[in-house]
Write a protein that binds this ligand. Structure first.
Ligand code: GLV
Ligand code: MG
Length: 350
């Protein structure tokens, strides 16, 4: 995925309700979006050392930051962005994102009106929580357009929505297409679970009670019928991936709150990767390594994909026809899947 849009695409007045043509977001690695609390001096002190080691650093202003610390978090983010070399902006190795407070809170407007004039040139993406529909994106889009014009910014700040309400899930397609600024979507499993009245008490991940049980076997006592734990998030991730693909933006898994359970974390991330997500959140430095590994295609998969591409090219390169490779039929559809893998490997190697 390549190509970029000109700034005028972003500064044009957005006709509310008008369909937005699908756009292409310049691809930049964002396997791990590492959250930090800018009001926490211990976390803030670690930021300079993390630049270049993680694809995205995100200054969190929303949940997990106490009400009394909202101002300190906003000011801390301005300070960190201003003082940290190579963080954010178009060319740095690590993007700078923020998660602002939700639009129904008393803080979101001040977040935007403080951050854009102060550090707008370094802010790559603004994550908006609890997005309910296209109207929330239109509101942020309009405000950003004004603030960017006033600050003289020549690069648009992109917008990322968290899918964490039942209404947001119902409106996911229109959210993805609500503005050319839309960069992507993340699953917010904790708030979404509460909003849907699911019976979980965790931040993301599975639940030991969400099972299927193997059918009865007359030769075996009932007590030995195996059970298999299922993925609580499969439906929403798949729905989000389809909506993002339709609009040419990027889907992400979200938080995995059980920091100690690195195995389940890796499994959850991998399920999301296989379904089409490009990255995830990291709530602890050890989740960065897991995300970087999981959201990069394996050497074996890339090698196989290159073989398929070569074999199909040898047929003439127009995608028609089929070849047999290791006893398996490959055609244009498998070629396209393999190109996804090869392009991702090249993007990450660049
Ligand atoms: C993230 O914000 C979540 O609610 O899971
Ligand atoms: Mg949330």
């Amino acid at each position: 995925m390549s190509g970029s849009r000109s700034a005028k695409d972003f500064f044009r007045p957005l006709a509310v309700g008008a369909p937005t043509p699908p756009t292409e977001i310049p691809a930049r690695p964002s396997r791990a979006i590492h959250f930090f609390d800018p009001s926490n001096p211990k976390m803030a002190a670690k930021i300079p050392d993390m630049v270049g080691r993680v694809d995205v650093l995100l200054g969190n202003l929303e949940d997990a930051v106490k009400a009394d610390n909202k101002l300190a978090a906003r000011e801390g983010l301005v300070r960190i962005a201003s003082e940290t070399a190579n963080l954010g902006g178009q060319s740095g190795p690590t993007q700078l994102w923020t998660r602002i407070n939700s639009l129904d809170s008393p803080w979101a407007l001040d977040d935007l009106t403080t951050l854009v004039p102060a550090i707008g040139a370094k802010l790559d993406v603004i994550m908006v929580p609890k997005v309910q529909g296209a109207e929330d994106i239109h509101y942020v889009d309009r405000l950003l357009a004004q603030l960017e014009a006033k600050a003289g910014l020549d690069r648009p700040i992109l917008v990322h929505a968290i899918l964490e309400t039942a209404r947001g899930v119902a409106n996911v397609e229109e959210i993805c297409g609500a503005s050319p600024r839309m960069q992507g979507l993340s699953l917010g499993p904790a708030d979404l679970a509460a909003d849907r009245r699911m019976k979980t008490t965790r931040v993301g991940g599975g639940h030991p009670g969400y099972l299927v049980r193997q059918d009865p076997n007359p030769d075996q006592p009932d007590a030995h019928r195996p059970t298999y734990q299922q993925d609580l998030w499969h439906y929403t991730i798949a729905r989000m991936v389809d909506a993002c693909a339709m609009h040419g933006i990027y889907p992400y898994y979200g938080p995995f709150g059980d920091i100690a359970d690195v195995t389940a974390c890796e499994d959850q991330f991998r399920n999301a990767f296989l379904l089409g997500c490009v990255g995830t959140w990291s709530l602890h430095p050890k989740q960065i390594a897991i995300a970087n590994q999981v959201f990069s295609p394996s050497v074996e998969d890339v090698a196989h994909a290159r073989r398929v591409v070569a074999a199909m090219s040898a047929l003439g390169g127009d995608g028609t026809g089929a070849v047999m490779l290791d006893g398996k039929m490959e055609d244009d559809a498998s070629l396209k899947q393999c190109l996804v893998m090869v392009e991702l490997a090249e993007q990450l190697a660049a």
